[in-house]
Design a protein around this ligand. Structure first.
Ligand code: INI
Length: 166
């Protein structure tokens, strides 16, 4: 089977908004504690990438599992305090269909929040993998860190309407 070798931590720094602008913005992260070896590494990658790109105001909230990410993101959205929200989680395939329900519910929840008019973007940093090794490869391992990808996406989305420095 063909595999995608895209490194999740790679991005073109020249395409990022200027740091002075990002420094004035506020970012929120909701992270799931399920599979915390993975999700805390995603969190570290996201915070580091946000800070590298100028962010100084970053609020983090922990939720029990991926399924709770939608609720936390909704609370952040409704607070109207943030320019973009990131959700981070990791769902690993088990022996039962539970994986499908958690992945499906979380994906639909975040997609719904993104479709709401007048609400800030919610960035989907959820790993949905078959094995722990696949997750480890994507939280700072061989394939980079999806938390970095989520942070870069958050900054780009928060600055969609206004490009360049002001
Ligand atoms: N939550 C996860 O974040 N990852 C998982 O792999 C997982 N599995 O495998 O069950 C998981 N389940 C918990 C779920 O997200 C909710 O916390 C729980 O159902 C309570 O609503």
């Amino acid at each position: 089977m063909a595999s995608c070798l895209h490194n999740l931590s790679e991005y073109d720094a020249s395409q990022m908004p200027c740091k002075g602008k990002v420094a004035k913005q506020r970012y929120a992260i909701a992270v799931a504690d399920w599979n915390s070896d993975v999700t805390f590494a995603l969190l570290e990658g996201a915070v580091q990438a946000l800070e590298e790109n100028g962010a100084t105001q970053i609020d983090v909230v922990h939720v029990p599992g991926a399924f709770e990410l939608t609720y936390a993101a909704k609370q952040f959205q409704e607070s109207k305090k943030y320019d973009a929200i990131i959700v981070l989680g990791c769902v690993i395939q088990g022996d039962t269909p539970h994986f499908d329900y958690v992945c499906g519910g979380t994906t639909q929840g975040i997609a719904y929040l993104n479709a709401q008019v007048g609400m800030v973007p919610v960035i989907f940093g959820l790993l949905t993998v078959n094995t722990l090794q696949q997750a480890l490869d994507r939280c700072g391992g061989a394939l980079g860190n999806k938390g970095v990808e989520a942070a870069v996406t958050a900054i780009k989305m928060a600055n969609l309407a206004t490009c360049g420095c002001e």
